[in-house]
Write a protein that binds this ligand. Structure first.
Ligand SMILES: [Zn+2]
Length: 277
């Protein structure tokens, strides 16, 4: 597989107020592709001073992929969720002790949703390469573009966690160091060039983790992806520590998102493992 540079034009927008004044004909919908069991202790970092007493408690949470439909520019997917191999096997056909376990029902795999909604995918943007966000690539079309943040593939261990990108000839890398910094959130890329869909660099969960913003007619929606596993991360101001590459950085990122939401209360926010509220 070849790594290629994802090219984009720098946005001329200077702040989010400007962006939100020009909403676009774009919608977003989540697809549930199975569930994963996580622990409340670790979903909320128990060592954070604001954490209080966080007890061990298993939470079964959805694994999500998001369908973005743009009236003119077509259909896009944010994360790939799980492919059908998890229906019969919680390890999705992968071997080894480090392999994650998920639960997937029939008609829940990502390509089922794609077919069911008659979606003609153009590009898949991946927030990061953890299995519950990337495994679905295995059953998605190979003749479209797949995009991750630069540096994300470097920490991906296909030999340990499974090669979800097998069969792709190329993978596009988005370099946020060239992106415009917008207030609160930092480097942001206007993915479709009209202010409808944004990628936001939110490192910490992984080095190249990306969150997204959909600027539709019904109001802006920020999809935090794994910067916040559940809404409680945002409500308490405590980032996750489980499955997290750099806990301190993840906390900084969460605080930026909270500041942004305070400044723009009209923004709906989605957590990575909870349905949009
Ligand atoms: Zn993750």
């Amino acid at each position: 597989m070849r790594l290629k540079k994802y090219t984009y034009r720098k946005t001329k927008a200077g702040n989010w107020t400007e962006v939100f004044q020009n909403p676009c004909q774009v919608t977003v919908r989540s697809f549930q592709t199975g569930t994963v069991k996580i622990n409340r202790r670790g979903t909320l970092n128990p060592d954070h001073p604001q954490a209080g007493d966080i007890r061990e408690e298993e939470l079964e949470v959805p694994i999500l992929a998001y369908w973005v439909h743009h009236e003119e520019k077509g259909d896009f997917l944010l994360d790939a969720g799980l492919d059908a191999s998890y229906i019969l096997d919680p390890h999705g056909g992968l071997e080894g002790s480090a392999v994650d376990e998920f639960k997937l029902g029939e008609h829940e795999n990502v390509s089922y949703h794609i077919r069911d909604n008659n979606i003609k995918l153009k590009t898949v943007f991946l927030s990061h390469l953890h299995a519950d966000h990337a495994a679905g690539v295995r059953e998605l079309p190979k003749n479209i573009s797949y995009v991750v943040s630069k540096g994300e593939y470097g920490v991906y261990q296909p030999d340990v966690h499974g090669d979800f990108l097998e069969g792709l000839e190329e993978l596009y890398e988005m370099d946020f160091s060239q992106a415009t910094e917008l207030p609160h959130l930092g480097p942001c890329v206007d993915l479709l060039g009209d202010g409808s869909l944004w990628a936001i660099s939110t490192p910490g969960h992984t080095p190249g983790h990306i969150s997204f913003l959909v600027n539709g007619m019904e109001g802006p929606v920020l999809l935090g992806m794994d910067a916040a596993f559940i809404h409680e991360n945002l409500e308490r101001g405590v980032a996750p520590s489980d499955y997290t590459w750099d806990v301190e950085m993840a906390q900084d990122t969460l605080e930026k998102i909270i500041e942004f939401l305070r400044e723009y209360p009209q923004v709906r926010v989605g957590a990575g493992h909870e349905h949009l509220k």
